[in-house]
Design a protein around this ligand. Structure first.
Ligand code: SF4
Length: 344
């Protein structure tokens, strides 16, 4: 499904040399920061000029799709919101997508997971090797995600390998947190594992609308059971607006959930989402993310070609270096633009 744009226009056969630019500028003038403009053309070569123009004007080309010989470029008006985590050293945090299948089918899932999605498993052997090499490279936080990691029969062994290397957060929708499962998690080294459970709203309506009927109550029961077992739980909400974020914050305050045990983020315009914050690689500080397909720039697009860095996971030192090199190139580009625009 195509991402929704605020303004959509077909430029016919126009190029930058023959009238596209005034139309583009007129469209962007009607936009607020963060709005999206879709440009459609049967001439794919327009894309190169569009990308260059976007970089120089600090707008962002966030997506390109081709359908029936027509290309649709999605441009975000202005730069992305500042990243609060921009100072974290690259490679200190590592994400592992253990699998891509899920027992839920959320309508904004950034990696298109569902019960029908092929598993695409990272596998215990690879996780063990990653954990050993990650510890040597100074990784100090591991995030295990999917899909739903608790669908995997060997998830306990995977988490044991990860927690041996670094404090580990496992992201879950909370549907599979049975007593037996939670007891198994308790046998992991104390204080090394946190469960991050998704809960999108203070009451079931909005959460269930995105994630399926009855899922809010099951997630909340999972939160309660996990806390009763003495496990650390962090609640993570994915919201569509500042108002929704505020509502959830009040709910967390009422339940005395501390700041370090909560995360509230906006829906990203990736995967299945048709609305949300549009993000390009240049907007994201890398958080190295490993899937069965390779090493990605950031978990928010862990199956998107524009965020794939390398298909070679090992040795980890080399794939980490590849991410850092690419980040250096992005930074160099920004520095060059800064000097080009330096007017005095
Ligand atoms: S958002 Fe999470 S719970 Fe929902 S489908 Fe995607 S992986 Fe599954």
């Amino acid at each position: 499904m195509l991402a929704k744009a605020n303004i959509e226009f077909d430029v016919g056969v126009k190029s930058f040399a023959t009238g596209l630019l005034p139309e583009l500028i007129a469209a962007l003038r009607q936009c607020r920061a963060g709005d999206l403009v879709a440009v459609i053309s049967s001439d794919a070569s327009v894309g190169t000029d569009l990308e260059t123009w976007c970089r120089f004007t600090r707008n962002t080309l966030v997506d390109t799709t081709v359908e029936a010989d027509r290309t649709r470029w999605l441009i975000r008006c202005g730069e992305a919101p500042a990243n609060a985590d921009a100072d974290r050293p690259i490679g200190s945090r590592l994400w592992l997508y253990t699998n891509f299948d899920c027992n839920l089918h959320c309508d904004y899932c950034c990696v298109r997971s569902s019960p029908k999605t092929p598993r695409r498993e990272l596998g215990l052997l690879r996780v063990k090797r990653i954990a050993i090499e990650a510890a040597e490279l100074g990784v100090n936080e591991i995030f295990v995600t999917g899909g739903e990691p608790f669908l995997l029969p060997d998830i306990d062994d995977i988490l044991a390998a990860c927690t041996a290397a670094a404090p580990t957060m496992v992201l879950t929708n909370g549907m599979l947190l049975t007593e037996r499962r939670l007891q198994a998690l308790r046998s992991l080294p104390s204080g090394r594992l946190t469960l991050q459970i998704s809960l999108d709203s203070p009451t079931p309506e909005r959460h269930d609308l995105h994630r399926g009927k009855g899922t809010w109550m099951r997630a909340w029961n999972g939160v309660m059971r996990a806390r009763a077992e003495g496990l650390r739980v962090r609640l993570a909400a994915t919201v569509a607006s500042d108002r929704e974020a505020d509502e959830f914050r009040h709910f967390l305050d009422a339940h005395r959930i501390s700041e370090e045990n909560r995360v509230i983020r906006r829906i990203a315009l990736r995967g299945l989402a048709t609305e949300g914050v549009a993000l390009a690689r240049a907007d994201l500080v890398p958080e190295i993310t490993i899937t069965a397909q390779g090493v990605y720039w950031h978990p928010v697009g862990a199956e998107d070609a524009d965020l794939l860095v390398t298909t070679d996971i090992f040795p980890l030192a080399e794939s980490f270096a590849a991410v850092r090199r690419l980040f250096e190139r992005e930074s160099e580009h920004r520095r060059r633009l800064a000097s080009i625009f330096n007017c005095a």
